[in-house]
Ligand binder design. Structure first.
Ligand code: SF4
Ligand code: SF4
Length: 321
């Protein structure tokens, strides 16, 4: 058995495609916010030299094997002690290289990237699968821009489904209903997360800058009805102070989940707000109160509400659970 050491699934088996690079990681949870390590800088869809890719990753693995922490990972909540195997493969995937979207969320940086040319990711995964480098288990996360408006998305998701890959998570705004997602939900290999960040149409419009509140909840419901398991369709509420940080909005959000038969939801905190307030913790107690309120309302409606990422860090900072 291998010796246990502190590492994470991304260090060991990750692949993170961004708009202009293949990064080590997209989970910004280490102490060094913004310091993303580029495994392949200046990347625009070229053929990947996998030996070189795994060599770079091995160097990071070795730092952890020696009991140290790779600097950008300092303080990350995803680090865990485990007896990691030595296999050179990819399991934890993040596809975040697309830009196009049919919404315009206030907290999203995609609109500032409009001049960047999107590259195709399908050939990269085809090559990865042909070389037997992509292993079952996931998570495979498909996100931005909005997958359902990207031309190669259906082809890519079909490739994953055809190869029987599991734990494929699609982050979609659900403005557009997608039949391939429906197929994946039906066979249980796909799960979706829809961040509405609101429960009323007014706040939805303020945050997403498009008037699609009713359409989105209708599509969420339709996805939930076709899904093999209820936990495959989740919603999310990102608290954005000044926009949706009030009990009424959270109450309406839980109500929408209840009306539309959604049993699982997540609560997070807007990333730039969190990090710009982390030092002095201004309003952290007020956010905690909202979290408790949402948790109580969710419980009353038999909905499982989970604190995620920044919300988890806030709870950690306040010594609460
Ligand atoms: S330890 Fe954290 S920051 Fe480092 S690769 Fe893993 S998830 Fe990313
Ligand atoms: S739906 Fe996603 S990609 Fe589109 S604007 Fe909102 S956060 Fe950005």
């Amino acid at each position: 058995m291998n010796k246990e050491y502190l590492s994470c699934d991304i260090i060991e088996y990750g692949f993170d495609a961004q708009t202009d690079a293949i990064n080590l990681c997209c989970r910004i949870s280490g102490d060094s916010l913004g310091e993303t390590f580029k495994l392949i800088p200046d990347y625009h869809g070229e053929k990947i030299d996998w030996n070189d890719f795994f060599e770079k990753k091995q160097k990071i693995r070795d730092i952890h094997k020696q009991g140290e922490i790779f600097k950008p990972c300092t303080g990350c909540l995803y680090l865990r002690e485990e007896s990691w195997d030595d296999e050179k493969c990819i399991k934890t995937v993040n596809i975040n290289n697309w830009i196009k979207c049919n919404a315009d969320c206030v907290y999203c940086n995609r609109s500032s990237l409009k001049n960047i040319k999107e590259y195709k990711i399908f050939p990269v995964f085809k090559d990865m699968i042909e070389k037997n480098l992509l292993k079952k288990g996931g998570p495979i996360t498909i996100s931005g821009g909005e997958p359902t408006v990207i031309r190669e998305f259906d082809k890519l998701l079909n490739l994953f489904l055809k190869n029987n890959l599991t734990n494929i998570k699609v982050l979609t705004n659900a403005i557009k209903y997608n039949k391939t997602i429906e197929r994946g939900l039906k066979n249980g290999n796909v799960n979706i997360l829809v961040s509405t960040d609101s429960g009323t149409k007014e706040t939805y419009k303020k945050i997403k800058r498009i008037n699609k509140h009713y359409q989105v909840w209708k599509n969420i419901k339709k996805y939930a009805e076709t899904s093999k398991y209820p936990e495959l369709v989740k919603t999310k509420f990102i608290i954005i102070p000044g926009l949706n940080d009030n009990k009424n909005e959270l109450f309406e959000f839980i109500k929408q989940n209840s009306i539309n038969s959604i049993k699982y939801t997540e609560l997070d905190l807007e990333i730039s707000w969190f990090y710009s307030h982390r030092e002095d913790k201004t309003n952290f107690e007020a956010i905690y109160e909202l979290y408790q309120f949402a948790r109580q309302k969710a419980q009353e409606a038999s909905i499982i509400l989970e604190a995620k990422d920044r919300m988890l860090l806030l709870l950690q900072d306040l010594n609460k659970d």
